[in-house]
Design a protein around this ligand. Structure first.
Ligand code: AMP
Length: 217
């Protein structure tokens, strides 16, 4: 059976970083980030990438069917009894419905936990507009708060650090609006199913500890 753990939260809430921390603590977890998959598709100039780019550049959501297709292909290509961390998916009620349908069809599995990472809006904007990411290992830095030892170089793997094209102030504000309008309704959706946990996500180690605690209970 597939067990799906969803990280929910606004852009900049720390979904990617938390997913990486969870994977370090529990190596058998499989991390799936639709944002990373879409960025790879854009870079490879594949059909999905060409379709997704215009939406991503504006901070809008890529159409539900496109995203569901890459997620279902990813799950179908992997083992049938794994535990996945989903970071950045689902992002609309339709995606949540499509995911439920996919999991219940052929009794593939279920959504076991949804962690809502809660961070004040001012912190989100600051985190994203100053965020730097390693091209090779995906580690996340911040221009003033989490600086690498050598400028532009990842401490962990020596990869090149870059700023995502959509991490500029204008697009960030649109992405936050998109989150409020299209993604925030998922909080109620999963709360009603009894799988939602709220996590204060200002301190990285504390939020990881809270999440691991819930996963074990
Ligand atoms: P992220 O890396 O999760 O911040 O995603 C970056 C961009 O990829 C988003 O602003 C969207 O344009 C697109 N994207 C990622 N995940 C999804 C999704 N589940 N549904 C629609 N668009 C997505």
């Amino acid at each position: 059976m597939l067990e799906i753990i969803i990280l929910l939260g606004a852009p900049g809430a720390g979904k990617g970083t938390t997913a990486k921390d969870m994977k370090s603590a529990v190596p058998e977890l499989v991390h799936v980030s639709t944002g990373n998959m879409l960025r790879e598709a854009v870079q490879a100039k594949s059909a999905v990438g060409l379709e997704a780019k215009a939406f991503m550049d504006k901070g809008e959501l890529v159409p539900d069917e496109v995203v569901m297709k890459i997620v279902s292909e990813r799950l179908d290509a992997g083992p049938s009894d794994a535990r996945y961390i989903f970071d950045g998916f689902p992002r609309t009620s339709e995606q949540a419905r499509l995911l439920d349908a996919f999991l219940s069809e052929k009794e593939r599995g279920r959504v076991s936990h949804v962690f809502l990472l809660e961070v004040p809006k001012e912190v989100l904007v600051d985190r994203i507009s100053k965020r730097l990411i390693c091209r090779d290992c995906g580690a996340v830095y911040h221009k003033t708060n989490i600086r690498p030892k050598v400028e532009g170089v990842c401490d962990s793997c020596g990869g090149e650090l870059y700023q995502r094209e959509d991490d500029n102030r204008e697009t960030v504000l649109n992405r936050l609006e998109v989150y409020n309008n299209q993604t925030a309704s998922l909080i109620d959706y999963y709360d009603e199913k009894g799988v939602l946990r709220r996590v204060k996500a200002l301190d990285r180690e504390e939020s990881l500890a809270t999440i691991l605690d819930h996963l074990q209970s």
